[in-house]
Design a protein around this ligand. Sequence first.
Ligand SMILES: [Zn+2]
Length: 415
Amino acid sequence: MSLAARAIAQRLNADHSDCVGPTVPCVGCQQLARYAGRHTKTFETVLGPLTLQRAYYHCARCDAGFCPRDRALGLVDTSLSPAVTRMVGLVGAMVSFAEGHELLHELASVEVEAKQVERTAEALGRAIATDERRVIEPSPPTAPTMYLGMDGTGIPMRVAELEGRAGKQPDGSAKTREVKLCTVWTAEARDQAGIAVRDRGSVSYSAAIESAATRDTDETPSDFAARVDREARRRGFDQATRRVVLGDGAVWIWNVADEQFPGAIQIVDLCHAKGHLSDVAKAIYGAPSDLAAHWAQQRHDELDEGNMVGLLQALRAHADTNEEAAKCVGYLTRNQGRLRYPEFRAQGLCVSTGVVESGCKLAIATRLKRGGMHWSVAGADAIIALRCCKLSGRFEDFWERRAAAVAGPADERAS
Ligand SMILES: [Zn+2]
């Protein structure tokens, strides 16, 4: 035990004021719980392990006990101090649980097993997810034009979580579940060419494995549409003078946009549209080649110039013999209004920063799609909530609310 930890333990253990009498009201049922001696437990703290002897009260009715001092110190139902719990939350948001264990050991000499990093980070993530649904503090828009992007990405799941789900495997089974992400940002900054680029530090994220499907008969929006609505209000997107929704071609994105933000400008992320055309080039020419690259470049130029007639003509020339080309004609036709890039640029709008796609990589893939990882829905959602909270700069706010809730009302704390 470190010197500091030992000094604190000695002081606390000599102080028996936490024994407030032979009985106290039970925290569970309010019946009288009986004093049953001092119980010893070792807590992991930033100063090292801290072994405390605390007054212990047992409630016969609940057949459970509690230590008033644990509550006062923020140590209820955990062997980790609040500061260590916070550290575990941060590493759990950023790296794998095993790496988190290593980092805590190397950087802070704090010993938390990987399994406990997992349990603690997931518990925090669940608390954050609940908090995110409950606490929506609307703020005014931070720029005249606000951007909202949506995207989906599959993450690898445990076999038991996929039973009976249809997927893209050759046998029709699924290996992944789709995480849906909503991201909000501003783009008042201009690059050297005068093109709108994303403002640093303006991005926030919210995501979960959720359905975006709303049937006409549903009275409430889908879980994901509700999430998008919360994020939009939190960021003032709904109040912005100009609202822009960016996404790839997925139909659910535009359905949510139509439902939640009628009148917002809809744009297919240019990066994605070009990627689509490059894929078609590969399909037509078999493999990546200079011919395929040349063909793709011409299509990209047509897209940039807003030459939809030329673009569709070039694709239709292959549509009879190539399925990808045929599909792409459908995709471009369906999204034509969202592909008016020269017009959007003339209005000073950001048409592609890759924000949405890179957001998906940063917020989801980097943490959840790594070799050997297999998630449960609950575990993934907890870590996604934790990570989005951290990346959106909201961890401090959550922590303050949590600290206040753990400590209980002020009068209770004083006793
Ligand atoms: Zn009780």
